[in-house]
Design a protein around this ligand. Sequence first.
Ligand code: SAM
Length: 295
Amino acid sequence: MARPYLGNPGRCREVLKKYGFTFRKKYGQNFLISEAVLSGIIDAAGITEDDFVLEIGPGIGTLTQYLADAARRVTAVEIDRSLLPILADTLSDWPNADVINADILKTDIAAIAARENEGRPIKIAANLPYYITTPIIMGLLEGRAPIGSMTVMVQKEVAERMVTGPGSKEYGALSLAVAYYTEAEIAFIVPPSAFIPQPKVESAVVHMVCRDKPPVAVRDEALLFALIRAAFNERRKTLTNGISHYAGFHFSKEEAAQAVERCGFAPTVRGEQLSLADFGAIADALYEIRPEWKA
Ligand code: SAM
């Protein structure tokens, strides 16, 4: 008998009805009902039968089924306890998929990779809950767990912020963190009609390949990220003002201007004009002025 795939909208609605499931807005629940999009995510993620995949937010298990078809093993982390009996049912034909009931922001991903993949790089795949997209992505990037790649559905506007470079209005701290840790691209755009309930905005699948080492080497990584926060906290101000106003530092306006000018920029330059390499150079110049830079 054919397996009961949930990418089929009729089958998905049947399962929701059988369990009397009501969507919880607070958990960002928009479930996929497009086979084309589900196959597209598997292709973009480049999943092979050797892979261990960590899925964030399986919902009723739709993407999980397709991941488990392609991978060696899938673990899915779901916060909503009411989905557990549904997942036990919908994944019963996929013995290589299991579910952990937890908040992904509090999950020890390195421990899962150690247990399930002998500490080798794992793949992340998700149709992310949009209310916490940025904390989840930042947590994955900065978390130091062994991750080979991440393929995630996000709001289109967030996808644009993730992959853009200097000079665009979407450019900011998220773009720089994504560029520092990964090589990222938008794989494809997804219309609201691919989900139930339909979100108000378009979505996009972003594929990120994690780098072995960052594209710029800096003296102090924490200082680089503090500088980036300082630059975009007050986006409309000059970088010099951003640095001297930032609560995490105590560089004076003169010291900030000295660091910026030492790297060949006018003291009126704004963060949105600077590349990751430029931020790296300015972070190193600030470090030279004061290696004990923390306020
Ligand atoms: N993967 C399913 C699909 O594509 O049909 C569902 C995706 S839905 C956009 C997001 C899922 O993430 C929901 O099932 C939601 O309950 C779950 N979720 C929300 N916050 C979470 C968190 N902090 N940790 C783990 N799962 C979470």
